[in-house]
Ligand binder design. Structure first.
Ligand SMILES: Nc1ncnc2c1ncn2[C@@H]1O[C@H](COP(=O)(O)OP(=O)(O)OP(=O)(O)O)[C@@H](O)[C@H]1O
Ligand code: NI
Length: 347
C-alpha cells in the first residue's frame, strides 16, 4: 500500500474554450509523485506546467477550463469528487504555493492575523491564543526571525523572500501530504532562491510531504528534484529520476533544454523557434518543428507513445521506438565540469 505513489495522474487533459477555439493547455499527460519525494515539472514558458499543476485539484478557472482524466491521490480517485469535497482536499492535504506572494497575501491585515485565520479555518475549535502560538511555531519553522514580534507586521514590512516564507507557513497550516509550488522562487534573487529551496527540502523531511515543484529552471531542478517530468506544448516529452534526466537525457527537447544551461552550447541564444499554438498543434511530435533530429515520421500521427528506457525513465520520441537507433539522437553532451555523458562514444 505504501509503495503506491501518493499521486498518480493519467491522461490529464485541460481544455479552455477561447474566442479563437478550443485551447488544449494540457493534453493527456501521465506522471506520478512518490511519497516523500520531490517531482519537478519543467519546460519552457507556455508548456502547460501551471495548468497541469492546477488541474490536479481543479483550481483552473472552470469555465472556461475543462479538466478530464484520472487523478488518484492516496488511493482515491479525486476527479469525480464534488466541488465541496475537493475544496476540503485543496485547503488541506494538498496545499499550493504560488509565484507571487504579494498576490496571495492580503495587504490590509497583519501576517499574524492571516495565519491565525488559516489555522482557525482548518481547526475551528482552536482558541485565538492557541492559533497565535501555532502561527509563531510555523513562522519559526520557515525561518522568519523574531516570529512572535513579526506577527503584528503587515505584509509590506516583509522582504520578498520573507513573504514567500510566510506563504509557505500558511501552506503548512494543514500539515499537507502534498505541497504544490509553482515557481515559488522565480521572483527572488539567486541567494534568496537558494535559501528557500533549502528550506523546502528541510520542511519536506520535517512534515514528510511530497512536493510538486513547477519551474522553467533546470538549475533549480538539479538542486531539489528526485524525479523530473519534462513538458512541452501540453505533452510529456520525457520523465525520469533527476540522475536519468541529467546524465542520460534522451528526448532532443530535454537535451536542448540542458544545452541552454549556463556554460552550455545554447546558453546565449536558447532553443531556436517558438512553441506551437495550443489551439492548433502540429501533427506528430510537438517538438518536431524545432528538433535538430526530426525525420519524416516525427511529423505524422500523434505524439509518439512513451517508450520505457528503465523502470523510472520514459521518453516520447520516434527515435526510441522499436526499430530505431537511439544513437541518432545521442550525440555527445558535455557537462559543465567537462565530463562527457549520454553520448554513444561515452557509453
Ligand atoms: N485561463 C486560461 N484561459 C485560456 N488559456 C489559458 C488559461 N490559462 C492558461 N492558458 C494557456 O495554456 C497554455 C499553458 O499555460 P501555462 O500557464 O500552464 O504554461 P506554463 O508552462 O506554466 O508557463 P510559464 O512558465 O510561463 O508559467 C498557454 O498557452 C496559456 O496561454
Ligand atoms: Ni506557469
Amino acid at each position: 500500500m505504501t509503495d503506491e505513489p501518493l499521486l498518480s495522474v493519467e491522461g490529464l487533459t485541460t481544455e479552455f474554450d477561447t474566442d479563437n477555439g478550443v485551447l488544449t493547455a494540457v493534453d493527456g499527460i501521465d506522471f506520478e509523485i512518490p511519497r516523500g519525494e520531490t517531482v519537478c515539472l519543467v519546460g519552457e514558458s507556455g508548456s502547460g506546467k501551471t495548468v497541469a499543476s492546477e488541474s490536479i485539484t481543479r483550481i483552473v478557472p472552470t469555465p472556461p477550463g475543462e479538466v478530464t482524466g484520472s487523478v488518484r491521490f492516496d488511493g482515491q480517485e479525486i476527479t469525480s469528487l464534488s466541488e465541496s469535497e475537493l475544496r476540503e482536499i485543496r485547503g488541506g492535504r494538498i496545499a499550493h504555493v504560488f509565484q507571487n506572494p504579494q498576490d496571495a497575501l492580503n495587504h490590509c491585515y497583519t501576517v499574524g492575523w492571516q495565519i491565525v485565520e488559516a489555522v482557525q479555518t482548518h481547526e475551528p475549535d482552536t482558541s485565538e491564543e492557541e492559533a497565535r502560538e501555532r502561527a509563531i511555531e510555523l513562522l519559526n519553522d520557515v525561518g522568519v526571525a523574531n516570529a512572535a514580534a513579526r506577527l503584528d507586521d503587515y505584509p509590506h514590512e516583509f522582504s520578498g523572500g520573507q513573504k514567500q516564507r510566510v506563504m509557505i507557513a500558511m501552506a503548512l497550516v494543514t500539515n499537507p501530504d502534498l505541497l504544490i509550488a509553482d515557481e515559488p522562487t522565480t521572483a527572488l534573487d539567486v541567494t534568496v532562491q537558494a535559501q528557500i529551496l533549502n528550506l523546502l527540502e528541510e520542511l519536506q523531511e520535517e512534515y514528510s510531504m511530497s512536493i510538486l515543484f513547477v519551474t522553467h529552471d533546470l538549475g533549480v531542478v538539479a538542486q531539489i528534484a528526485d524525479h523530473v517530468v519534462v513538458m512541452y506544448a501540453g505533452k510529456v516529452m520525457e520523465r525520469g529520476t533527476v540522475e536519468e534526466i541529467f546524465d542520460d537525457p534522451s528526448h532532443p527537447y530535454t537535451r536542448a533544454l540542458l544545452e541552454c544551461l549556463p556554460g552550455q552550447a545554447r546558453s546565449a541564444e536558447g532553443i531556436p523557434g517558438t512553441l506551437p499554438s495550443p489551439i492548433d498543434p502540429p501533427d506528430g511530435c510537438r517538438f518536431a518543428p524545432r528538433c535538430d533530429y526530426a525525420v519524416e515520421e516525427c511529423t505524422a500521427g500523434d505524439q509518439p507513445p512513451e517508450e520505457p528506457l528503465t523502470d523510472t525513465h520514459a521518453v516520447s520520441c520516434v527515435h526510441y521506438q522499436q526499430g530505431y537507433d537511439p544513437s541518432t539522437v545521442k550525440t555527445e553532451f558535455t557537462q559543465e565540469d567537462g565530463t562527457v555523458t549520454g553520448g554513444v562514444s561515452g557509453d
